[in-house]
Ligand binder design. Structure first.
Ligand code: PLP
Length: 388
């Protein structure tokens, strides 16, 4: 019996090479498996990657943890409001609730699906303390406008850069901009991965110090410090009820090698995006926005939107692709549609027309380095067949 159908093409797959595997094995053999020399080195390498000597990098076990630590260090507390986009993953907003503060969701720019600076300014109240832009899909948010709004109103800015390694804005890497903190994700499907992991980046030495203490129980010295210092010491002090957010050396071992490949990975994803753009030029779709001339798009996601006159709905297109053995996804079900956010803040789709309209018509196609050219052509052909 012959089955001619090709194997299922997953929506995302990490690319883990022999270097990563050897480094993890080395870590396992070393006897130091939790936060230690490799997490330290990963922080130093990350700072070097961003290329700005003024930056502090704090490795954590997720971007969610990093966002939580950044807001905690900035003093976000009950009674405060933090503005973010409805068109994101819930992690961006949930960390505000961890601290007992309130979330103000706003709509996106329909061209980029990034948070709309005018909507941010309109949502500011006397309680507003901070703003969390998301570089959606890997395209930089309008940081010059957002930073100007923040400056005018005295708001802190924490960038959710979970999609944005590497992304540039006005020629500068995200992570080096004039915000208070920037947080990257190394979750399994992100542009580089440590399985689970994240990096909090800041120019503010006091913020970095607070995050370092709070990522490990509120201890003023971590285990690596205590057992490797010139005068080894069992002594430490608890200065706050901290969290358990430290990155293990096993995870950092992966990150050391993934980081070296970050630009090459991006170039491959950009090539896939360019191939899709060409293949879909004559279809009734909205292709993803391009970065400004000279800027880098991380291409974490390739998001296609059905235009008026498309011959099928988004759900039908997802079904047809799935039937052709191709995984795809939707980024995101906007927060205003989820029961928790909808009910807590009494939200309706009419309050977020651009996000809502995009959501109803969007899907994310596979875009990852382990796809070969034949995989890319297969996806392009399946989309063309479905919409042709
Ligand atoms: C993945 C993601 C996060 C959370 O990252 P973790 O490392 O899984 O905690 C936050 N925000 C956005 C936009 C994401 O895509």
């Amino acid at each position: 019996m012959s089955d001619a159908s090709p194997p299922f093409l997953p929506f995302a797959l990490p690319e883990i090479g022999d270097d990563e595997i050897a480094e993890v094995v080395d870590t396992l053999r070393s006897g130091w498996v939790t936060t230690g020399p490799k997490a330290r080195r990963f922080e130093a390498d990350f700072a070097a990657f961003l290329g700005d000597p003024g930056l502090h990098c704090v490795a954590v076990n997720s971007a969610t943890a990093g966002l939580h630590l950044a807001l905690e260090a900035l003093g976000i507390a009950p009674g405060d409001e933090v503005i973010t986009t409805t068109h994101t993953f819930t992690a961006t907003a949930e960390v505000v609730r961890y601290l007992g503060a309130d979330v103000k969701l706003v709509d996106v720019d329909p061209a980029t699906l990034n948070i709309d600076p005018a909507a941010v300014e309109a949502a500011i109240t006397p309680r507003t303390k901070a703003l969390i832009p998301v570089h959606y899909a890997g395209l930089a948010a309008d940081m010059p406008a957002l930073l100007a709004v923040a400056r005018r109103h005295g708001l802190k800015v924490v960038e959710d850069a979970a999609h944005a390694l590497p992304t540039t804005c006005g020629g500068a890497l995200v992570g080096t901009l004039a915000s208070d903190a920037t947080v990257f994700s190394f979750y399994a499907n992100k542009t580089i991965t440590t399985g689970e992991g994240g990096m909090l980046v800041t120019r503010d030495a006091a913020l970095a110090k607070r995050a370092q203490v709070m990522r490990l129980h509120g201890m003023n010295r971590d285990a690596f410090d205590r057992f490797t210092a010139k005068v080894p010491s069992w002594y430490y002090e608890i200065v706050a009820p901290g969290f358990k957010y430290n990155l293990t050396d096993i995870a950092a071992a992966l990150g050391l090698h993934q980081l070296k490949k970050a630009h090459a990975f991006r170039e491959r994803r950009a090539a896939i995006a360019a191939r899709y753009d060409a293949a879909f030029a004559d279809l009734p779709v909205l292709r993803p926005p391009q970065p400004r001339a000279g800027d880098l798009h991380a291409w974490h996601l390739y998001v296609l939107r059905l235009a008026d006159g498309a011959p099928c709905t988004r759900d039908e297109l997802v079904e047809r692709l799935f039937a052709a053995g191709i995984g795809c996804s939707v980024h995101y079900i906007p927060l205003h549609l989820h029961p928790y956010w909808r009910e807590r803040y009494v939200l309706t789709p009419a309050m977020f027309p651009h996000s809502q309209r995009a959501y109803e018509r969007m899907l994310s196609l596979p875009i990852y380095t382990r796809m070969d050219d034949a995989d890319v052509e297969r996806v392009a052909a399946a989309v063309r067949t479905a919409l042709g």
